[in-house]
Design a protein around this ligand. Structure first.
Ligand code: 3NM
Length: 210
């Protein structure tokens, strides 16, 4: 698999309602974003499934042919990933094990794992995961109790420990994205710096990432 250089994360906590999130998703798609994660740390399963299905409908209507089609990743919840027919699942260190998640999502969906230090990278590298994430690269206000910042040096070291596609996350902006890719990441995952004007921000990310 090959990751696009921009991985947008839609965190439900940033939106007053599902409509706000969907409008942002539409703008991200219009800006050319082809990989989006739905993250909802406090929602009820039923609401999450409804929102995820709406996202799925939007992404389908974006109508890009493979291999450029939009891919949707569910955070944490293997059950909702399958129920909403998402393309992949992203697991944190405290979520299901990759093996358990794989049994639920099947062999074909993408499986990503968050890591926060070199031991976790080495461990996740051995797991049945399609990509690994390392972070937080920089300070972030978007995550409760973030792990210590790993910096660009952490990305460089992670790159040396795995051949799996590597996503960098945490405090990454249009100003720093290029340096993160140059440190060895294949993709940058972003929440806040896409929010002010999602279409324009997406285009500006691509302008520095291409
Ligand atoms: N995971 P922003 S940092 C969701 O370190 C998340 O694994 C992280 O948001 C990790 O782009 C983070 O606003 C927050 O900093 C990313």
């Amino acid at each position: 698999m090959r990751l696009p250089p921009l991985y947008a994360i839609l965190d439900a906590s940033n939106f007053a309602d599902a409509g706000g999130m969907l409008r942002t998703a539409e703008e991200l798609l219009a800006g050319g974003c082809s990989l989006m994660q739905y993250r909802n740390k406090s929602g009820k399963a039923r609401e999450m499934l409804d929102e995820a299905r709406e996202l799925k409908g939007l992404a389908g209507r974006a109508g890009m042919p493979a291999p450029h089609r939009v891919r949707l990743i569910m955070n944490d919840r293997a059950d909702l990933c399958v129920a909403a027919e998402f393309d992949g699942l992203h697991l944190g260190q405290d979520d299901l094990s990759p093996e358990a998640a794989r049994r639920i999502i099947g062999p074909d969906r993408w499986l990503g794992i968050s890591t926060h230090n070199l031991e976790q990278i080495a461990e996740a590298d051995k797991a049945d995961a399609d990509y690994l994430a390392i972070g937080p690269v920089f300070a972030t206000a978007s995550k409760a109790s973030p792990d210590p910042v790993v910096g660009l040096e952490g990305v460089r070291r992670a790159r040396k420990l795995t051949r799996k596609p590597l996503v960098a996350i945490g405090g990454i902006t249009r100003t720093t994205a290029r340096s993160v890719i140059d440190a060895g990441a294949d993709s940058v995952a972003v929440i806040s710096d896409l929010l002010p004007d999602p279409r324009k921000s997406t285009e500006e990310f691509f302008a520095v990432l291409r």
